[in-house]
Structure formats: C-alpha cells, structure tokens
Design a protein around this ligand. Structure first.
Ligand code: PGA
Length: 249
C-alpha cells in the first residue's frame, strides 16, 4: 500500500501565501509512485493552488456541505469541490466536530454526499483528552466509525480513515505528542473494526502534531499508512522534507 500525506492547510494561509507555498512545492517536488500528496487549501485558494500544481498532486476539500446545489448561504458542496478538481474531502475533522458543533449525523450526511459525488472521504476520528483520561478511547473511535459507516453503501469507493487523537493536534488539543506505538495500536484496533464494514483494505493515517522530525516514527509502524499534517504542512520546505522522510520508510 502506498503512503498518503495529507497537507491540511486549515485557515493558516491566506490565498497569496497558499499560492507561494504551492509555487515552492511545484519547483521542488520529486514525484514518487509510492507516495500520494493530497493538498487541502482553504476554499478561496483552492482553484489557484490547483492551477499552480496541476496534476502533480491530489486535492482535497477541508469541509463539504452535503446538499449538492441550492439555497444554502455560505456552503460549498462535495459536488462543487469535485467539479473543481478535488478528489478527496476531509469529513469529521475534530475542529469541525468540537468547534463548529458537527455531530455524527452531519458526518454521516457528508460521507454520503462524498460517496454519491465520487469524492473519496477522509474520515477523521479520535478521542478527546477526557475520553483518554477515562480510558474511553476505544469506545469513542468505534462509535465514530459505526455512526459514519454502518449501512453505508460505499459504491466501490475506498475511503481513508485518519486517526487523530484530539489532544495531540497542535494549536487545538493540549499539544501532547502521541506516542507512535500507542498510535500504532489504535490503528490496529481501527483496522480490525473496519473489517465489520467493508472487505476493502482501508488506509489508516495518523494525524496530530506530525512534522518532518517525527514523521518517520509514525509511518515506519506497520499499521500506519500515512499522515494527516496540519501546521507543519503550511511551510513548503518542511512539507517537502516530510515527503522525503515519508518516502524513505
Ligand atoms: P496538526 O493538525 O498537524 O497541526 O496537529 C493535524 C490535523 O488537525 O489535521
């Protein structure tokens, strides 16, 4: 299985900064068959970044609305992102769940919208700090998987799953790094759980304070098929170094 590196630029970069980072990537990117880079710019920068990087990388939406078109002020649907060149979409990111109040039902609608549109959802799951303190991490991820996947017709699409312990996410969690072996064990539990919902081999990525110094400690583990990177991915030099190190594992 190839290694996936998702660069989630969140709302860190404005359009001009996004284009600059894209230009840097374009000038220095080494294309590798065993590695897929998925860039998720903000919606305003999406087309500009795509026009710079063209088909050298894949593109993901950071968030999608589940209704394709219509009177939905401020929304951008899975369909609109798909038509503009996105192949992936983040669904259920913890910042959407815990800052913007998206519940499992909203996550499910977004999963459906992605699948119906042909976008590959990157389903984000992970326990909070309180869950972990109460030793409810397995309960939380299993529930999130069940709510997102039970009875879902994947229509031949193989989603990605990103395990992102909320407490390990930089500038949002408590900034506590996640022990790679703990992550690896959680991935094993997730992979086993996923067999309940599909026969497909679903890649499971790790996310939470990944950077160019620690990426190898995650992707070298047997159950970790890539990483979802936030703040470190916004710096072109760091992102390229991350790709180099990811490709070596
Ligand atoms: P981080 O974010 O790499 O800045 O911790 C990861 C994520 O939330 O996707």
């Amino acid at each position: 299985m190839k290694t996936y590196i998702v660069a989630n630029w969140k709302m860190y970069l404005n359009a001009e900064e996004s284009f600059k980072t894209a230009e840097h990537i374009k000038a220095n990117l080494t294309k590798r068959d065993n590695l897929e880079l998925i860039v998720c710019p903000n919606a305003l920068a999406f087309n500009g970044v795509r026009d710079i990087l063209k088909d050298t990388v894949s593109y993901g939406a950071q968030n999608v609305a589940w209704t394709p078109l219509g009177a939905y002020t401020g929304a951008i649907s899975a369909l609109l992102f798909y038509q503009d060149g996105a192949r992936y979409a983040l669904v259920g990111h913890s910042e959407r769940r815990y800052i913007f109040g998206e519940d499992n039902e909203a996550v499910r609608k977004k999963m459906n919208a992605c699948i119906d549109t042909g976008l590959i959802p990157i389903l984000c799951i992970g326990e909070t700090h309180d869950d972990k303190e109460e030793e409810k991490q397995e309960y939380r991820i299993k529930k999130q998987l069940m709510k997102a996947l039970e009875g879902l017709d994947l229509q031949g699409i193989v989603p990605l799953v990103a395990y992102e312990p909320v407490w390990a996410i930089s500038n949002f969690g408590i900034g506590q790094p996640c022990d790679p072996e703990y992550a690896n064990q959680m991935h094993a539990i997730i992979k086993k759980e996923l067999t309940q919902y599909t026969d497909a081999a679903i890649p499971v990525l790790y996310g939470g304070s990944v950077d160019n110094n620690n990426i190898a400690s995650y992707v070298a583990r047997e159950n970790i098929n890539g990483v979802l990177v936030g703040s470190a991915s916004t710096n072109g030099h760091v992102l390229l170094d991350l790709l180099d190190k990811g490709a070596q594992c």
